[in-house]
Write a protein that binds this ligand. Structure first.
Ligand code: NAD
Ligand code: UDP
Length: 329
């Protein structure tokens, strides 16, 4: 199949491009490089030993995106392109709403205009807000707590209406939990700009000596050891989830949680990282981070069953691969 991957040079997109190439698909990437680097393209080609088409376009620009659709027959779209930093979304809500919503509308319009029957959208566990874990897709009250989360909930809503008006289309909404890890080559991975917000890239930078110590945001949550619990999933397993969705999505709109289905606390993640890498991680307990919830993990039965997708990599492998990528950079 010819698959258009928007945001394909980003963290999850690059691993998914690789998974698609390895399955023998032709991959066309549309990315404006706002949060990625062209070097990733070379690294994907190097690992896969295959080529892919790259177009530096802003997906929210309908005319630019249409040049791709008028030149290639597209069989399916995986729409990763979007802005994703929660704090930044509070500071610049209009940028977040504009970029995330308009790009999704443009992509859906292209599906309609060029009769592309399969569309997969990157949503997030953040749409569950402070519901009680484990999170089920059927939880109807989405309680987002910031513009980023709200933009994802709004995109979901737009795609649900789109799918209802086009019953022959298959639209998959994938709600990711906490992707970490990297391809085992350590050539592609998560490389956020500036000081990382997320736990794993912060932790690997402490391990490397770039940052002094990890600050744990609160140890008084109602969790196993008082620190926040999340559902970490290896990015290669997440990438495989997209391929499974492409193969198994039925007509209509379908929402799936993609996570490991297990909760891990901050302290447990530090312990696993230390075990996997033999590096001691200095840390201190500080105040809770505003907006954080105590626990977030997935019930993944629906994706396991309907997408025939079971994550394979454990927490130690996730830690090892995150560290290998950081060490390589
Ligand atoms: P990323 O920032 O690494 O990748 C996003 C890519 O999209 C980047 O390469 C960026 O340059 C590109 N992009 C952004 N806006 C664009 C536009 N208008 N036109 C063209 N390209 C554009 O992020 P990621 O971690 O790979 O996340 C991919 C998707 O998954 C995002 O939509 C994100 O919101 C969602 N998601 C990520 C996580 C996570 O923890 N990483 C969790 C849940 C959901
Ligand atoms: N966290 C932390 N220190 C950090 C970054 C994160 O203690 O420097 C905690 C955070 O409070 C949460 C967990 O680690 O409990 C995962 O945070 P992350 O930002 O990676 O993911 P999210 O909270 O968006 O799920």
């Amino acid at each position: 199949m010819n698959i258009l991957v928007t945001g394909g040079l980003g963290y999850i997109g690059s691993h998914t491009c690789l998974a698609l190439l390895e399955e023998g698909h032709s991959v066309i990437v549309a990315d404006n490089l706002i949060n990625s680097k062209l070097k990733t393209l070379d690294n994907i080609k190097k690992i896969a030993n295959k080529s892919l088409d790259f177009h530096q376009v802003d997906v929210s620009n309908e005319k630019s995106l249409e040049t791709i659709f008028s030149s290639f027959p597209i069989d399916g779209i995986i729409h990763f392109a979007g802005l994703k930093a929660v704090g930044e979304s509070v500071e610049y809500p209009l940028n977040y709403y504009y970029n995330n919503l308009v790009s999704t509308i443009v992509v859906a319009r292209m599906c309609e205009r060029y009769d592309v029957k399969k569309l997969i959208f990157s949503s997030s566990a953040t749409v569950y807000g402070d519901n009680e874990a484990p999170f089920f897709e059927t939880m109807s009250s989405l309680k987002t707590t910031n513009p980023y989360g709200e933009s994802k909930a709004m995109c979901e809503r737009i795609l649900i209406d789109f799918a209802r008006s086009n019953p022959s289309f298959s639209v998959g909404i994938l709600r990711y939990f906490n992707p970490i890890g990297a391809h085992e080559s350590a050539l592609i991975g998560d490389s956020p700009n500036g000081i990382p917000n997320n736990l794993m890239p912060y932790l690997t930078q402490v391990a490397k000596g770039k940052l002094k110590r990890l600050r744990i945001f609160g140890d008084d949550y109602p969790t196993i050891d008082g620190t926040g619990v999340r559902d970490y999933i290896h990015v290669m397993d997440l990438a495989a989830g997209h391929v499974s969705a492409l193969y198994n999505l039925k007509e209509g709109i379908h929402i799936y949680n993609l996570g490991s289905g297990k909760g891990t606390s901050v302290l447990e993640l530090i312990q696993a990282f230390e075990k996997a890498t033999k590096i001691n991680i200095p840390y201190e307990i500080v105040n809770r981070r505003p907006g954080d919830i105590a626990s977030c993990w997935a019930n993944t039965n629906k994706a396991n069953k309907e997408l025939k997708w079971i994550p394979k990599r454990d927490l130690l492998t996730m830690c090892r691969d995150s560290w290998r990528f950081e060490r390589n950079h």
